[in-house]
Design a protein around this ligand. Structure first.
Ligand code: GLP
Length: 246
């Protein structure tokens, strides 16, 4: 696992955006695994700028997203489909039919099978972008003392994740308690994985990822230690907070 320490969160986002631009320059029909949450937003802004300036061409790029809240319509302004459209897809020259966000409605089993098929269709993602939850969750694979789940599945969100997500919702009762998520197998299938993290709330999770040798279901991100091409991108403030010297 590589660890990149940058001067600032902005520099981290620029570094990740540059990796994505380099990938799609080398492979115009690259497949990207994409993430939601606040952390990747500056990456998406940089990709929009790159596209507008003619430095990135998404016309043949394919994407698959990690997860979707259960029970939200795609046009709900808190759905992850809406997030991806408004934060990225509507502003770049990607074909919407080449983007996949799982459905949070209908038959969960069928939706999970469809997500797993989308992950593998035409080959696994060339690059999977990840954020990280405060408890170390990736996508919505929640921290669990006993086990993680390999295939895509409907996950019960933990109280701490529901609480963290509530900042985006007007009323606490609107915050979804379940989500369809790519499982650990789908994430690990990606040819490369880039995890971006910043901020005080991520210190414990990142300490477990970059400072400790253990691979543990209680911090799902630690499974990335087993991935042959995983990179963790953190800023100096976060590196200092976890005691990372590299
Ligand atoms: N499913 C998403 C994750 O993919 C994301 O990494 C996490 C952290 O979000 P943020 O970047 O806003 O801290 O939030 C949600 O749980």
């Amino acid at each position: 696992m590589n660890v990149i320490v940058t001067e600032s969160y902005e520099a981290s986002a620029a570094w990740v955006a540059d990796q994505i631009c380099a990938l799609i320059a080398a492979k115009p029909d690259a497949k990207l695994g994409l993430a939601t949450g606040g952390t990747p937003v500056p990456v998406y802004r940089a990709l929009i700028e790159a596209c507008k300036e003619g430095r990135a061409d998404f016309s043949a790029v394919r994407t698959v997203n990690l997860d979707e809240y259960w029970g939200l319509q795609p046009d709900n302004d808190q759905s992850y489909r809406y997030f991806m459209d408004t934060n990225l897809f509507d502003h770049i020259n990607i074909k919407k039919e080449n983007t996949y966000v799982a459905s949070g409605l209908g038959d969960p089993q069928a939706n999970c099978r469809a997500l797993d098929a989308a992950v593998l269709e035409g080959g696994a993602p060339d690059l999977q972008l990840l954020g990280i939850g405060a408890n170390g969750h990736i996508a919505f694979n929640e921290a669990n003392p006993d086990r993680l789940i390999a295939p895509s599945h409907l996950e019960d969100l933990t109280p701490s994740t529901i609480q963290a997500n509530s900042r985006f919702f007007d009323r606490p009762e609107d915050v979804p308690t379940k989500a369809i998520t790519m499982g650990m197998a789908g994430i690990m299938a990606a040819k490369s994985v880039v995890l971006l993290a910043t901020g005080a709330s991520k210190v414990e999770a990142i300490r477990g990822l970059v400072m400790e040798d253990a691979v543990t279901t209680s911090n799902p991100s630690t499974l990335l230690k087993l991935h042959p091409n995983a990179t963790v991108v953190i800023d100096r403030a976060l590196a200092d907070a976890v005691g990372y010297q590299g």
